[in-house]
Design a protein around this ligand. Sequence first.
Ligand code: 0L1
Ligand code: MG
Length: 263
Amino acid sequence: MTTLNSQTIAQLAEHLESAERQARDVTKITDDYPGMDWEDAYAIQDEIRRRKRARGHQIAGLKAGLTSFAKMKQMGVASPVFGFVADYMAVPDGGEIRMDGLIHPKVEAEICVVTKAPLKGPGCHMAAVMAAVDFVLPAVEVIDSRYRDFKFDLKSVVADNTSSARFVTGTRMRDLADLDLRTMGVVLEKNGAPVAMAAGAAVLGHPLAAVAMLANHLGARGQEIPAGSFIMTGGVTEAIAVEAGDHVVARLQDLGSVSMRFV
Ligand code: 0L1
Ligand code: MG
């Protein structure tokens, strides 16, 4: 049950999506709607998704955000959030990302999966996720909060589709059975220098725990993760700010590397 009426939800979705499309920052929406609840926040995100679909975009994947201890600490929060990425946000490995379409982007390396069976909560657990994973692949997510100076609370960030902006996937597909996602080392480099590093266990103890949480989150809302979904489990390290001219490479043990240049 939302506390905001449907007109306000539509207006806030329009406000945040316009800020994204015009690469313009705004103040966090809870400043004006301090009483909004989680249902309101996800209803605004759903309305942003509906607007993108109506414009002809496809949903390219689902994501969990703020799943690592480093990211929770960086943003001063204590729980994950869930969102989506759309087709136009995808950038090929080694590609260029234009700064003029973004506000203040940051990069984070993520362990990702593609599913081969649907996952439905409540009660989704690690073994169910393991059975449903088709393959594992690496990605770099480019987040770009529409909120000024990345200053927000969790409800505002959920409404803003968890800062989704761009993503770059690697091209190496690996079988889950051949990997240990907990001990998988991740190094994020900017202009040739390592700027952040961690292991997969930084994501909720095991990155697949983020997938189970996503399934349970959707299940509580009467939805599921369909078979064939691309899912980003969340930044393993803290997010690193980038500017024009920066070259970013993420190296994920056993998964290869992912790179991009900001122009
Ligand atoms: O993917 C993410 O971890 C983004 C979560 C939203 C908060 C942020 O912008 O850092
Ligand atoms: Mg992320």
